[in-house]
Write a protein of this length. Structure first.
Lengths: 756, 117
């Protein structure tokens, strides 16, 4: 929205010479002269608040500016209290109708030539318009600094506030004179109905004013009395009794006397008469005002008053609240030094722990000095000085007392009345309650579970810190929302619908518990075991519901992990069984009978099992090639050291590589034991290997000193298995050479075949 | 033999592959393969005359679904072997028969024959 500068919304912008404005300035000048103290207080306050050397209330005419209040001016201007316009910054406030803010006058185009810079040392100027009640800009309320100064927005607003208070004062004063006229005419109307007899007579003892009551007293109407002489109205006898006093009043004296009137058999009337002389400008008494009050009933009133005082005292004595009245004891400077006990009821004396007779007449600080420590004494002083009511609940552990008291003090004459009660029990239970609630909150905030409280409609009233932290939100983000609209549930309409169902069930007293995925910080989701419990009142209605949840994402993950493991295990077991089945069938094919099958199949199973052991027991599922050779060949060599020569730096094989090579070594060893080098005690096998690069291993198996070798007539299972293991399973090569001196097998295989 | 049928065997467990090959040959099948790798199998699907595919579902390099798709595209029926019958297969391969490991050779033979009818 753009705030328009429309003249209707702005103070009247007047040229300096506008005649209406000049009239307003002249009128304001008179008002300001009568109100100098107010303006001086104001400028003093501004000088102090803004910390500026010079503050002026400046009225601007078409030829000069006049200072109606000035602080910090140097001579001679301080005495002259005016300057020509050549030295006036304030005129710009008048012509613009708005504030003038100058931080560095010599470098501000509008005022750089102003003589005030040179002659008055003005460097910085902050001025705000002073408006008349009609809206004329009269001049400026300004703060002036002799150094350059960047004015703060806050300072401008302070100054504007003071400007407005000057205008408010002008408005009040102009209202005042109008009000006076109204008051006078109203007074006349009121006096007719006042219970006071009023009259006024002039120097010739003729009535110039009577009110209704006075007329009734002399059994006439005001019209019949006005203009008549006093003697004619009240009778010569009566007049002779009062004439001397009336004369004295006409001579300028104020006269007061009591009068008893009444005929025999009638109730006497007791009257109090007062004559007040009215003087003109020259001090001459022109007339006398007569005021007569009938105090016949006053005696009765007095009696009634005493009665009600007595009742009040009785009431105070019955009250469990303490009630006391104090009068100020002032020192020589008029400052309040202490308060004197004037009155206390029984409860007050009891709470104070002292009998009333030991308090009355003595000083508050004298008897209960703890009042000073608790700041109560200062509070009471402030009550007496400002008239404002003082309320406080304090813990009072002084003067042999130990209690919580709630105090209300009110100004009464030059002192105060105070009512107080012992709220120790209530305060203690409040404190206990607050401590309990606080402790509960702390417990809830520290439990690992998410806990909250819903009202009976499912609106979230409270959530613990754990739940808030998980979502990365603050209490105020969620408290007050329907629970299903809070952050945790906001990711999925289905989840929200389920929660609303649970809340509906809780409304009918039913507990709901289920696993659910909720939204947490960073757009993550976690599984919780969620429970919603209704809190049921004695009458069966639901007061609140307590939602709680435990993070089970760990459990969920391990459930999923376990399912994967079981699946994997199932897969492997079945594969192993299939492998063994296949091996059994192949062994049967080449076996001559059950005995041979049994022997060969068992040996092969052992070889597989040994390979598996090595893989399982060595580091991270990798197997040592050397260990594998020793384990597979060992059972067939009678003298391991002499029959088996190994050379090569040990190589770690992956599981599948080790399994395949293990079985190959087994087949080679059984073959050697049956037909080759291991069938003779002199025979030996030399196995050498080395890494060939690219992750492959070259291995050579050479048999020596065995029986003569000739190629087999048909390809047996063993040699097929060797070739297939290397080529099919490992992607390597196997070369079998039936050299006459002994079998030579050259294998090349990768050491790192993986199984998945 | 005109009625001898060709079966593509894809199985990466060497011993099982050897056994399947010999057992199926004994039962009168012409065994193409066996092969352990998907790319080799796919090459055989392109070049060989095949009547049916017997595929181990879980291969070291992944599943044999791609091979099955290639066979089905040529209207060649597929039977899966699997150690893990619970594992989920793609929706469009749900109709293919799955035989659990370890395999009863006679049952396998029966399943292969009836798939060709």
């Amino acid at each position: 929205m753009v705030i328009s500068n429309s003249p209707a919304l702005r103070p009247a912008i007047a040229k300096l010479g506008d005649s209406e404005r000049l009239t307003a300035v002249a009128k304001a000048a008179l008002e300001f002269d009568q109100n100098a103290a107010f303006l001086d207080e104001l400028t003093k306050l501004i000088q102090f608040t803004l910390e500026v050397p010079v503050v002026l209330v400046s009225l601007v005419t078409d030829e000069r500016q006049v200072f109606k209040s000035a602080r910090g001016l140097s001579e001679p201007v301080n005495t002259e209290r005016e300057t020509p316009l050549s030295h006036s910054f304030c005129q710009h406030v008048v012509t613009s109708g708005g504030p003038l803010i100058v931080s560095d006058a010599p470098n501000t185009e509008l005022v750089c030539d102003n003589l005030a810079i040179r002659d008055l040392g003005v460097q910085a100027y902050l001025g705000t318009p002073i408006l008349s009640p009609e809206g004329h800009v009269l001049g400026s309320l300004c703060a002036i600094d002799s150094l350059t100064r960047g004015w703060l927005d806050r300072e401008l607003r302070i100054l504007e506030g003071f400007s407005r208070s000057i205008t408010a004062e002008l408005v009040a004063r102009s209202n005042f004179s109008r009000d006076m006229e109204r008051v006078v005419s109203r007074l006349a109307r009121i006096t007719d109905h006042a219970p006071v007899m009023l009259a006024e007579f002039d120097k010739d003892y003729r009535y110039i004013f009577v009110n209704q009551a006075y007329a009734e007293m002399v059994k006439a109407t005001p019209d019949e009395i006005l203009g008549k002489e006093v003697a004619a109205v009240i009778g010569d006898t009566a007049f002779s009794e009062v004439e001397s006093r009336m004369r004295a009043a006409l001579a300028g004296e104020t006269i007061e006397y009591d009068l008893q009137v009444g005929d025999a058999g009638e109730q006497h009337k007791y009257l109090r008469v007062k004559y007040v002389p009215e003087t003109d400008e020259c001090g001459e008494t022109q007339s006398v005002i007569v005021a007569i009050t009938d105090y016949t009933t006053e005696a009765m009133v007095q009696e009634k008053l005493e009665q009600s005082r007595q009742r009040l005292v009785t009431a105070h004595d019955l009250s469990p609240d303490g009630f006391m009245i104090f009068q100020a004891i002032r020192d020589d400077n008029g400052e309040i030094a202490d308060f004197r006990f004037d009155y206390t009821n029984d409860a007050g004396a009891k709470i104070a722990g002292q009998p009333a007779e030991e308090l009355i007449g003595l000083g508050l600080l004298e008897k209960l000095p703890g009042n000073r420590d608790e700041g109560l004494f200062d509070g009471y002083v402030s009550v007496v000085e400002t008239g404002e009511i003082f309320r406080r609940t304090v813990y009072y552990a002084h003067d042999g007392l130990d209690l919580w008291i709630r105090i209300t003090a009110m100004k009464l004459e030059d002192g105060f009345a105070v009512s107080f009660s012992d709220v120790t029990k209530r305060k203690q239970s409040e404190i206990a309650l607050a401590e309990n609630a606080d402790r509960l909150q702390r417990i809830l905030d520290n439990v690992v579970a998410f806990v909250g409280i819903l009202d009976a409609d499912g609106v979230l009233k409270e959530a613990n810190q754990t739940a808030l932290d998980a979502a990365g939100i603050a209490r105020e983000d969620v408290v007050g929302l329907p629970f299903w609209e809070t952050y945790w549930w906001s990711h999925d309409p289905k989840t929200q619908a389920d929660l609303r169902d649970a809340i509906d069930r809780a409304k009918s007293g039913e507990l709901t518990r289920y696993d659910v995925e909720i939204r947490v910080a960073d757009e993550q989701a976690i599984w919780i075991d969620f429970q919603l419990i209704p809190l049921v009142n004695e009458d069966g209605s639901i007061s609140e519901m307590v939602p709680s949840g435990v993070d089970i994402s760990g459990r969920k993950e391990s459930e999923i992990h376990r399912e994967l493991l079981v699946g994997e295990l199932n897969h492997r077991v079945r594969n192993s069984l299939a492998t063994i089945q296949a091996m059994a069938r192949q062994t049967i094919r080449s076996a001559s009978g059950m005995d041979e099958f049994d022997k060969t199949f068992s040996a092969r199973l052992n070889a597989i099992s040994a390979a598996h052991d090595i893989v399982m027991h060595e580091n991270q599922g990798r197997a040592s090639l050397q260990t594998m050779i020793e384990r597979q060949i060992g059972p067939y060599a009678s003298e391991l050291s002499s029959q088996l020569k190994l050379s090569g730096r040990d190589v770690a094989l992956s599981g599948p590589s080790a399994h395949a090579i293990g079985l190959v070594l087994h087949e080679l060893a059984t073959n050697a034991a049956k037909y080759g080098a291991l069938s003779l005690s002199d025979g030996c096998i030399k196995i050498s290997w080395q890494e060939a690069g690219n992750g492959f291993v070259d291995m050579t198996w050479e048999e020596k000193n065995g029986p003569p070798v000739s190629p087999p007539l048909r390809v047996g299972f063993g040699s097929r298995l060797i070739k297939q293991s290397l080529e099919y399973a490992l992607g390597g090569t196997a070369d079998l050479e039936y050299a006459p001196d002994g079998l030579i097998v050259r294998l090349q295989f990768p050491k790192d075949v993986s199984d998945e | 033999m005109s009625d001898q049928k060709s079966v593509l065997v894809v199985e990466d467990e060497m011993l099982i592959a050897m056994d399947l090959e010999m057992s199926l040959q004994d039962l009168g099948w012409n065994v193409v393969g066996p092969v352990a790798q998907a790319d080799r199998a796919l090459r055989l699907v392109e070049t060989e005359k095949l009547d049916i595919g017997l595929l181990d579902y879980n291969l070291v390099s992944g599943t044999s679904e791609q091979i099955a798709m290639a066979l089905l595209k040529k209207s060649i029926p597929v039977i899966f072997l699997s150690g893990d019958t619970l594992r989920k297969r793609s929706e469009h391969l749900k109709h293919c028969k799955v035989i659990a490991k370890p395999v009863n050779i006679d049952k396998l033979n029966e399943a292969l024959r009836s798939a060709l009818e």
